[in-house]
Design a binder for this molecule. Sequence first.
Ligand code: NAD
Length: 271
Amino acid sequence: MLLKGKKILITGVANDWSMAWAIARRCAENGAEIAMPYAMPALEKRVRPLAESIGAKFVQECNVQNDEQMDSLFGAIEREWGHLDGMLHAIAFSDKNELTGRYADTSRDNFKNTMDISVYSLVDLTRRASKLMHDGGSIVTLTYFGGEKSVPNYNVMGVAKSALESSVRYLASDLGRDKVRINAISAGPIMTLASSGVGGMKSLLRLNAEQTPLRRNMTLDDVSGAALYLFSDLSSAVTGETHHVDCGYSTTGMMPNELKDMLLKAMDEAK
Ligand code: NAD
């Protein structure tokens, strides 16, 4: 019961594959009360039963590009709960036609929209949530390795993740004096609604599992465990960090020998 009595806003639940859902459930199992809005009306039928199963409140529409819906959500939380102890930002969007091919071909409209939904939303949500963190709090966002190094097809989303990770460092500096911490979890790839829009996701998952030091892909339990630690008082001196939960992938410089040998053999055979 590491989060007993804490009130946590979880954004980004779309269905039971969502990383946000795994984190919401883990937080609830550990004693937290959960607020769980959804992004658009079409998602309500999936999100509401999940919310009911853990007794989550504030199951209302909240598109981060809609200021009235944001005001309504935070107004309701302030009236009913009076304060917040934690917030998960698990939101990203880009036109999937631009998550394939060349980054150089990104359109201005999609660049702006991707940055607004995937990065500015963290700034806006953090400003609103931190005002309700009267006795300190913990904010967690989700990023990916494609923000540190180029990854085929990740394109403008990689650029957005770089800005997201940088925002975490600036927000940590802004909020530290109020005892509000903010950190990013850099999660390994996993199949979800959002990631299925990235070109070549299935082959990326296969190759990634072979390339990590742990020789497997990250699971929803892995990511929710890390979020539990970051929301709990166990991480009380941790802020501004990008914490990798990727089976070690980001620590490697070259693929393991057995995979290299297999690829070289396949290339020789293809000649
Ligand atoms: P997901 O599709 O379950 O979650 C993405 C969420 O963003 C959805 O709930 C969607 O409703 C929400 N969203 C999109 N536009 C929104 C808007 N305008 N207003 C409010 N919400 C909006 O997929 P996921 O993979 O669990 O993604 C959660 C986070 O994890 C994202 O930031 C994603 O980039 C990040 N991430 C994913 C992976 C992966 O491989 N799946 C890896 C690392 C990081």
